[in-house]
Design a protein around this ligand. Structure first.
Ligand SMILES: [Zn+2]
Length: 472
């Protein structure tokens, strides 16, 4: 896509610049070269974007295959750990072909919901009983191919998973497919992955990251190996952190410290680290994460689905962390629901409203996620940024009248009759179904609410999930 031009009826240009009208956005080779508000007449060949255009939404934490569990696990009772048994059963059914088919459909669903990039936290590396595929990265490369087919960017976060629990418990059952034996063999495999990704066309859609699955799955020595690897290659490092109280208790019993302290001792907490969940933290954990400038990825629709708890995200941001958002288990795929859930959950816990500003949540869902995934310069509509944009219609029943203004109201009426804030309407009232256009790297991926290349996304999901369920 050499040159494109878009005229956004309204565009959100970030926390400082707010919303502008009639914004011409020109792109060359997938990068924004001009942003000009107040353009009354669109030049010939310009694509009109009716509604409000925001930077492309970033899904900073995903396990694509969990989508196959949607609607299948909700009424069984139990807790996170019983849900995990169902999730492992689903993982056991996947091979590279079925994972390519499933992930393509899931990433297409993400595109329809307004996501332009995904961080795939990938640990399902090997075949049955842990036997490597001919290319030991075949499963990960299926995810890279899936993102290409669905038209979105991917950071493939290759995850180290070496033990079944703290203290060196062995891998069991499905977990055997996750393991590489030790940190050195994990590094060897990821070296090959980096070489493959580096050979993709320049300006490609895929980048690498690495992860420590959790303090449960990686012992301190191997944590150091992964952290050092991320630093040496200057790629993002992710980790699941304190999603469950049991993880904290086990870590305290085995190592005498909290998971945050253990990770910090291993050199795993820097400004290139993203801590996913960060639900059950001590005050000193928050201080450590804030001082290190860690990015915290909240996954509130999953955290409530799995009965995890409510993370202290306001306190974390106060302590100095950045914030990003992920749909994680894909119980729902709706970036607007993620944004408002961060605020709504804290309202329930604190009995206070207005803890997170709408603009702060929009930044978390865009630039915050782009930073977490190593896409520097994405997540903003600005000259020099990657041309990723999501347009939300204002004509849906959800948003109609959210912004209406009344003329000539008295001062007393002003508070209730004042125009709604566009940012607040998006965060607190919009839904995935309101997304009309999605542009990734200057290329249209969704037009008028239809995916351009995956023509029938519900059909693709039905087929893919059906294949996974019937394969064995
Ligand atoms: Zn996760």
């Amino acid at each position: 896509v050499p040159e494109r031009a878009f005229l956004a009826e309204l565009a959100w240009l970030g926390e400082d610049d707010g919303v502008a009208r009639d914004v011409l956005v020109r792109t060359v080779d997938g990068v924004i070269t001009e942003v000009r508000p107040g353009v009354a007449r669109a030049p010939a060949g310009t694509k009109r974007l009716a509604g409000v255009t925001i930077p492309g939404l970033v899904n900073a934490h995903s396990h694509a295959f969990h989508r196959a569990l949607r609607g299948r696990s909700e009424m069984r009772g139990g807790d996170f750990w019983t849900w995990r048994e169902l999730m492992y059963e689903m993982a056991q059914r996947l091979d590279p072909d079925s994972y390519l088919e499933l992930a393509t459909a899931v990433y297409a669903e993400m595109a329809l919901a307004g996501y332009t990039a995904v961080g795939e936290f990938h640990y399902l590396h090997h075949g049955d009983h842990g036997r490597p595929y001919d290319d030991p990265n075949e499963m990960g490369l299926a995810l890279v191919e899936a993102a290409q087919r669905a038209g979105i960017r991917i950071t493939l976060i290759d995850t180290c998973f070496l033990q079944g629990g703290l203290g060196g418990e062995p891998l069991l059952g499905t977990q055997l497919r996750f393991g590489d034996g030790n940190g050195e063999r994990w590094s060897w495999r990821v070296d090959k992955l980096l070489a493959t990704l580096a050979a993709l066309p320049a300006g490609g859609h895929a980048r690498p990251g690495v992860a420590i699955h959790s303090v449960r799955a990686v012992a301190p020595a191997a944590m150091k190996t992964v952290a050092t690897y991320a630093a040496r290659h200057e790629i993002p490092l992710h980790v699941h952190l304190s999603e469950q109280r049991k993880e904290n208790a086990d870590c305290l019993a085995e190592e005498g410290v909290s998971p945050t302290v253990l990770l910090d001792r291993s050199g795993a907490l820097t400004s290139h680290t993203t801590a996913v969940h960060a639900t059950h933290l001590l005050p000193q954990d928050m201080t450590i994460l804030g001082l290190a400038g860690v990015n915290v990825c909240a996954c509130p629709t999953t955290e409530r689905d799995l009965a995890d708890g409510v993370g202290p995200f306001a306190d974390l941001v106060d302590a100095g962390t950045a914030l990003s958002l992920g749909s994680d288990s894909h119980a729902v795929i709706d970036p607007f629901e993620e944004m408002r859930a961060v605020e709504m959950n804290e309202r329930l816990v604190t009995n206070r409203r207005g803890i997170h500003q709408a603009t702060t949540l929009l930044t978390a869902a865009t630039a915050g996620g782009a930073a977490a995934l190593g896409w520097a310069g994405a997540g903003v509509i600005r000259v020099g940024a990657l041309a990723d944009m999501t347009t939300v219609t204002l004509d849906s029943p959800r948003l109609a009248a959210a912004l209406a203004t009344l003329p000539d109201v008295s001062d007393a009426q002003a508070a209730v009759a004042s125009p709604g804030s566009l940012e607040a309407a998006l965060v607190f009232a919009a839904g995935a179904a309101d997304v009309r256009h999605v542009v990734v790297g200057g290329r249209s991926v969704v037009e008028d609410g239809r995916h351009v290349t995956v023509r029938d996304v519900p059909g693709a999901l039905r087929e893919a999930v059906g294949h996974v369920l019937s394969d064995r």
